[in-house]
Ligand binder design. Structure first.
Ligand SMILES: Cc1cc2nc3c(=O)[nH]c(=O)nc-3n(C[C@H](O)[C@H](O)[C@H](O)COP(=O)(O)OP(=O)(O)OC[C@H]3O[C@@H](n4cnc5c(N)ncnc54)[C@H](O)[C@@H]3O)c2cc1C
Length: 439
């Protein structure tokens, strides 16, 4: 293999020192100019975390005329929202039958039907607010790495078709034509999905929220939350917000702010690489129709082709929260395994982001105290769902006596959470082995 191909060509500096370097940070226009919170601010709703969840909540609150202030430890889109794979997907990780089992038939069906609208919701919101984020509706392809994976795709295809979705099954030949790899047994195409530039979207949401009247602060970590009579006091390292209601939207970057919350999730590092722009011949063979893909492995692989024709491939998850060069080397080998035609194509960017896994693979909505709402645990499938969750949170804050559109659960710590690193390492090796054995 060409030595130059395995080396990173160069990691161009991010446009803003606070953002971790990535393709997205290097190619997004700067975010809105924001200040750090100093002094005391009184508002109706304080939102902690300026990812898609917090920003969509603020946008929907402000659009309804409700005062709100959003604070982030860094800046809008600094977390997973500015680093992800940009796949706009309908639904959750779990299918209808699993949701019916967890919530019971009626609530399970309601939840399934609502979450399946998440991608449509995002497309409509982006159009309504004129957010420039390279959004394209090219569909998504789920690829089966084994016959068993293909059987599951056939089941979900039948379900989607019965719901009127123009889902399409692909055999290995069709995958080779539409994805450009012969590494899979087959796949399923979902026309409802699309791709976007994650950081442009986060910054666009921030601008839309500001335009609607929300206030946003950067470099303002919330350090404590306490109830004071009928109000909440959210302390930051430079100031304080006094609010009637508080939203915590910190997903995989959740810290010790609310007792027990971090212990409800397993933070996982997911790595991504972006190639140099593909040559003309490669553009004709790799995702020529503009779809994105993910596969049925336990340790999922996912990719999109960007507007400037780079392939962005993600996967190689790790529970070690440090960034290790070896993880990128594995991803590089995976890339050339899937697409041997890219063996000499340089990798221009590489970066990592944190996914929050929950025990049941579902996002969780918690209301542990009056006026406090928490939405976390998007399990690496949150671009569309967090956008919808922001609307759900805003609606609930406006009409707290109505039943919430998404089920509220108690904060339940994962047992032995403190031992997660060694145990999860073993689990990760097991999962990798099972994937290799095709189980
Ligand atoms: C590498 C990667 C690839 C992914 N790919 C996809 C994909 O292709 N499609 C898809 O649907 N989903 C994907 N996801 C998942 C998706 O990105 C997330 O579900 C979603 O962005 C979560 O948004 P959020 O607003 O809830 O949290 P985040 O965007 O993570 O934002 C949380 C914010 O909280 C802030 N914060 C934390 N603590 C504090 C504090 N004490 N005070 C103030 N601020 C604080 C952080 O600074 C951060 O900005 C991916 C995730 C990763 C990491």
């Amino acid at each position: 293999m060409n030595e130059a191909a395995v080396q990173l060509r160069a990691v161009p500096a991010a446009t803003d020192s606070a953002m971790p370097p990535s393709l997205w940070a290097a190619t997004a226009p700067p975010g809105p100019s924001l200040e750090r919170l100093t002094g005391s601010l009184t508002t109706e709703v304080a939102v902690v975390g300026a990812g898609y969840t917090g920003l969509s909540t603020a946008l929907h609150l402000a659009s309804a005329g409700i005062e709100c202030a959003v604070i982030d430890r860094h800046e809008p889109g600094w977390g997973a929202s500015g680093r992800n794979g940009g796949q706009v997907l309908a639904g959750l990780r779990l299918q209808r039958a699993e949701l019916r089992r967890i919530f019971g038939p009626a609530r399970g069906d309601r939840t399934y039907e609502m979450v399946e609208t998440a991608a449509d919701f995002l497309f409509a919101l982006v159009e309504h607010h004129g957010i420039d984020c390279d959004l394209v509706r090219g569909g998504s392809i789920r690829l089966a790495h084994t016959e068993r994976g293909m059987a599951l795709l056939r089941e979900s295809h039948a379900e989607l078709v019965s719901e009127g979705v123009a889902s399409r099954l692909l055999d290995a030949e069709a995958v080779a034509r539409e994805v450009g790899t012969r590494a899979y047994v087959g796949g399923r195409f979902d026309p409802r999905s699309g791709t976007l530039h994650p950081l442009k979207y986060a910054r666009g949401l921030a601008r839309a929220a500001l335009g609607a009247g929300a206030v946003l602060y950067r470099d303002s970590p919330a350090t404590a939350i306490r109830r004071d009579g009928t109000r909440w006091r959210v302390a930051t390292d430079g100031g304080e917000i006094v609010a009637s209601k508080v939203v915590i939207a910190t997903d995989g970057y959740t810290d010790r702010l609310w007792p027990g919350l971090a212990e409800t999730m397993l933070p996982l590092n997911s790595f991504q690489v972006a190639t140099a722009p593909l040559a003309d011949a490669e553009r004709e063979t790799i995702l020529p129709g503009g779809a994105c893909f993910s596969d049925t492995r336990r340790l999922i692989l996912y990719a999109q082709r960007t507007r400037d024709h780079r392939l962005v491939l993600g996967g190689r998850a790790s529970f070690t929260l440090a960034e290790r060069v070896a993880d990128y080397d594995v991803l590089r080998r995976v890339l050339t395994g899937l697409f041997p035609q890219l063996r000499d194509t340089p990798i221009d960017y590489r970066w990592v982001g944190r996914v929050a896994l929950t025990r049941d693979f579902l996002p969780h909505l918690h209301t542990p105290a009056p006026g406090l709402m928490i939405a976390v645990g998007f399990n690496g499938k949150g671009v569309a769902m967090t956008t919808l969750m922001g609307k759900i949170l805003a609606d609930q804050l406006r009409a707290p006596t109505e039943p919430p559109a998404y089920s509220v659960t108690d904060i339940k710590r994962i047992p032995f959470h403190a031992l997660r690193q060694p145990v999860l390492h073993l689990a990760m090796y097991y999962q990798t082995l099972m994937d290799r054995l095709g189980r």
